[in-house]
Design a protein around this ligand. Sequence first.
Ligand code: PLP
Length: 443
Amino acid sequence: MTSNDLLAKSKKHLWLPFTQMSDYEKDPLIIESGNGVYLKDIEGNTYLDGYSSLWLNVHGHRKKEIDEAIEKQLQLIAHSTLLGAANIPSIQLAEKLVELAPEAITRVFYSDSGAEAVEIAVKMAYQYWQNRGYENKKSFVTLSNGYHGDTVGTMSVGSIELYHKVYTSLLFDAIVIPFPASKEEQTESDLCRESLKQLRELFEAKHEEIAGITVEALIQGAGGMNLMPKGYLKGVEQLCKEFHILLIVDEVATGFGRTGKMFAVEHENVQPDIMTVAKGITGGYLPIAATLTQEHIYEAFYGEYTDLKTFFHGHSYTGNQLGCAAALANLEIFEKENIIQQVEEKALFLEEQLKHVAELEFVGAVRQLGLMCGIQLVQHKRTSEPFPWEQRVAYRSTLKMRALGMLTRPLGDVIVLMPPLAATNDQLKQMVDIMKEGIMEAA
Ligand code: PLP
């Protein structure tokens, strides 16, 4: 098939996720291959993968060890169901995840996407209290501007208006508390204290009806790369313990080295009751996700079948062998190549480079945790006035970046930079240079 045929057919038959198809029709893009931190389209153009193929690629594309692990597994079997029957890679991966996760985590429940991992966490937390006889503990607390996925349950505990508003009557009501966003007149520690005080008041008043709180780990991703004040997540953990509320930490975007630790909760030594992981788990190869839990969660579901405590959730491809084999190979590379230390060093280098971006007239803020960055565009640095929404300056900037040789996607007026962890300092610098130029051309 020629590239023109492919372009025509993609416009005729495909419906792309989170994409206004009229945008795609104007600027179509068809990826043919990838290698390292580069992607190549059907017309032979090469791009730096500035968004890790939507925040998940870790060691680059076509990583030999992961390719080989998948091929080796394929010689045995591609898939058998996990409903009532385990498989070898799923056992090995569960053991590895428990070893890497915070100490209190002992159990692994697989699924296929980040959204499903959170959907499961919400269902588990809900049923946990029902199984234990606390029938009133049914509601969830969540932070404003949070994102946990696009299914009905995860949208219910999410709060990005643009994505969720149209479905309002379809969703259950969660209690939304303000994200502790920094204000100029407040110090970080005051902000943290004040926000935790408000949460304490809420828990005091409503703990008998609250099942759990869902929270992204230290940094809100899709909400625009917003950083929590230091100590906030730890404070939430303490309040959850005090008021018997389950802490559900969403590590879908932050897990697997992205923030400079294997999991972001390690920055504050937080032990979630339930923790969700996906994206980087397979190095960005295959759709595996997991909901990790402490033993007390598991125990609340354990009993005779007739006790009616079983967790009735599971999909056709849950615990897929190829995905688990890819994940195991991915995690081995972390150890073999000392990836976490490398990320810490690269993050410092990137921080230096991003200072040049922060100086630009149209950049209001640069937010970064490890190799997870958001660049907030504004019309005027002095006033922080945003560009009119309809101008889509961030989106147009990313199109310019594409023309200059880097792919990424914006989040509203925030440009995302999430390079594969394998990016070298030279490649990080190239990404930042392209970003600067793209912003200046579009703004
Ligand atoms: N949770 C967080 C924090 C995310 O950032 C995302 C996706 O960006 C999800 C959940 C949903 O993951 P997925 O797209 O794999 O369903």
